[in-house]
Design a protein around this ligand. Structure first.
Ligand code: PRX
Length: 644
């Protein structure tokens, strides 16, 4: 495959950027020509941010799986699409060629049809990182069903909420999943999530861990049986085929739930045409992918990074995507480097939290590792501190592999701000330049563009985007108004990211972190309100307030201030609260620190002064700012003295 739209020089970047802003329709229309459309679009772009209404390639007809699979078969059918590295390094690696991927996706599409799934139906996928997860996702896309992948770390309660919100009648899961030394009983979590559920008609269960599971007659079926049956249906005269369903460019492709400032995660909706063009374009340009290279994105497909840069971006580019089932520290902290050498990985894309954690193990895990196949390194998910950046550069990239710092969000579908590997300059801890089509602007609280520079020529403000790019979210599932108020109403005619940023005199951006009540813990997005709701479910808790604080490995840790009605044993209550949070959200949202307090700093109107709590959690006891509006200033001293 060739990529005529791959940018090869700084000059070419500047030219592409200018074109994309001057005439977005001509620019993206030309790029979209490189894909397989059943019918060409009528109009490249329609938009207003007021409603918001955003349409890319309206009237265009396509199926994304024909772009990710079928169109590669003639020339690359025997090339690996997915290389799967199991949790246990002793277990057999699986190499899934494009031909094999085609067969499995067609088969699974037939399985979905056989089980009553129709175009537009929502299918929840709760699986470990195995190739079958990719088959499930692509099988949905092939028949036009909307997939909603739920990360394996979420609890039964979280799944139940998502099933209800998505009104999903179908689930695909596994008996269990391996993660390091643990196996996680996924099917039994699903069973718990389904207690009282009346909408789910079918659960398809793949056998991975051979953990005993209960199968409910009439509802639960085995993946293996279903696939076997489907195989005979779709194979005729030695030819395997399941015709891809023709979809509109603006039909939904998937829903992915993500946390915001409110207590309830929202279902971000991406549509087919724009998302496909955006993930492909950003993948090819940022990583400077060359045919034949092995791309290793360490994310889980339960998050947007896995959707965009394990599945859709790489596969639409005919790339080889390495999928890893396990964790970076199992069986030891050299696992990423072993995988890199074993599969001659060219591109490694991971999160700062993983880099910091591996950095903590020192030089030993790197002994004897070659790493000479690496050509490009990437980071995503949270700001990367300079120390981690340099460690990555020196020890992993050996100072010869450019690092791309890719800034983006679940809502943006793919990367908005990043350097292009070896093409545009990298600056440690800066995401640097916007991708073509992305028009950032820094505004103050009132929405006015910030223009004042500090003594170093730097501008600081809230990061917004002025115009749509093809991968922007279209709505939040079942509640368009929520999409409008969350992203398009804070500032008129702007998409608000929720992040703060700096901009230097050369137009480079540095993301400083969230400016709303969203935490970023080990690259996982968690709303403070969600954690508070979970803590408050513990019967002994009267009220709680949750803030983030700097954490060496996780980036941010979770600090909870809790008022209890009675707590005979603080230790027991603490344990119970942790258990409650694990039950309600999942272990990823467990507070790192819990401080029991008798009151919270509130204004006369009853609003919690989070600024004060944040400062105390950060250990900054002196400059708490103006506390004169507090109802009971005495409570602040008590909290300061009791800091944990
Ligand atoms: O705060 C930013 C941070 O992660 C948030 C988005 O989280 P999520 O939707 O879970 O997607 C993560 C993977 C794309 C952003 O609002 N973030 C993401 N990438 C970076 C980042 N912060 C700084 N630098 C990055 N490269």
């Amino acid at each position: 495959m060739s990529y005529p739209y791959q940018i090869k020089s700084l000059e070419a970047y500047k030219e592409a950027y200018k074109k994309s802003v001057d005439d977005p329709e001509a620019f993206w229309g030309a790029i979209a020509e490189n894909f397989l459309w059943r019918k060409k679009w009528d109009k490249v772009l329609n938009w207003n941010f007021k409603e918001p209404k955003i349409e890319w390639f309206a009237g265009g007809k396509l199926n994304i799986t024909e772009n990710c699979i079928d169109r590669h078969l003639a020339t690359m059918g025997d090339k690996p699409a997915i290389i799967w590295e199991p949790n246990n390094p002793e277990e057999r690696v699986r190499t899934v060629t494009y031909n094999r991927l085609h067969k499995r996706v067609c088969q699974f599409a037939q399985v979905l049809i056989n089980n009553g799934v129709k175009k537009g139906d929502r299918v929840c996928i709760y699986m470990g990182m195995i190739p079958e997860l990719a088959y499930a996702v692509l099988g949905c896309a092939r028949i036009g069903a909307i997939h909603s992948v739920i990360f394996g770390g979420f609890s039964a309660q979280s799944i139940a909420d998502r099933l209800e919100d998505a009104k999903a009648a179908f689930i695909v899961t596994c008996d269990g999943a391996y993660r390091g030394a643990k196996d996680i009983p996924l099917k039994s979590v699903i069973d718990d999530a389904l207690v009282g559920n009346k909408t789910v008609k079918r659960v398809i269960v793949y056998t991975r861990t051979r953990t005993p599971v209960a199968m409910l007659k009439g509802r639960d079926v085995w993946w293996e049986d279903e696939m076997e049956h489907a195989e005979t249906q779709i194979e005729k005269d030695g030819v395997v085929s399941f015709p891809a369903v023709e979809m509109d460019a603006e039909d939904p492709l998937f829903i992915l739930y993500t946390s915001g400032s409110t207590g309830k995660p929202k279902g971000v909706v991406h549509t087919i045409g724009g998302y496909m063009v955006w993930t492909n374009y950003t993948f090819v340009n940022i990583f400077q992918y060359q045919p034949g290279q092995v791309h290793f994105c360490t994310a889980d497909i339960g998050w947007i990074t896995g959707h965009s840069y394990i599945v859709y971006g790489p596969l639409s580019a005919g790339a080889t995507s390495l999928m890893f089932e396990g964790i970076p520290t199992y069986p030891d902290a050299g696992r990423f480097w072993d995988i890199t050498d074993k599969h001659k990985v060219d591109i490694l894309y991971t999160a700062p939290t993983a880099i910091r954690s591996l950095m903590g193990f020192g030089a030993d895990p790197l002994k004897g590792k070659n790493l000479s196949s690496l050509k490009v390194l990437g980071t995503v998910g949270e700001p990367i501190n300079e120390e981690a950046w340099h460690w990555y550069d020196e020890n992993i990239g050996r100072k010869r592999s450019p690092i791309v710092d890719t800034w983006w969000q679940t809502e943006t579908g793919g990367t908005l701000i990043s350097n292009l590997a070896g093409v545009t300059p990298a600056i440690p801890s800066w995401a640097t330049l916007p991708m073509p089509g992305v028009q950032p602007i820094l505004v103050d609280e009132q929405g006015k563009e910030v223009t004042e520079k500090d003594e170093h020529g730097i501008i600081k403000g809230n990061l917004c985007i002025k115009a749509p790019w093809p991968g922007i979210l279209r709505t939040t599932y079942g509640d368009h108004e929520r999409c409008r108020t969350n992203y398009f109403a804070t500032y008129e005619n702007l998409y608000f990211t929720g992040d703060g940023a700096l901009k230097d005199a050369n137009g480079n951006y540095r993301i400083t972190g969230r400016v709303d009540d969203v935490l970023n813990v080990s690259g996982h997005r968690i709303g403070t309100a969600e954690v508070e709701n979970a803590i408050n479910m513990h019967t002994g808790v009267v009220e709680s307030a949750v803030v983030g604080y700097p954490h060496d490995i996780k980036g941010q840790g979770i600090y909870a201030y809790v008022i209890c009605s009675q707590h005979e044993s603080e230790e027991q209550t603490r344990k119970d609260i942790l258990q409650t949070v694990t039950r309600v959200i999942g272990a990823i949202a467990k507070p790192d620190k819990i401080q029991f307090v008798s009151g919270l700093p509130k204004t006369r109107s009853g609003k919690i002064m989070r600024r004060v709590l944040r400062k105390i959690a950060e250990g900054e006891m002196q400059n708490l700012g103006d506390t004169s509006t507090l109802l009971d200033p005495g409570v602040v001293d008590e909290i300061k003295n009791g800091r944990v």
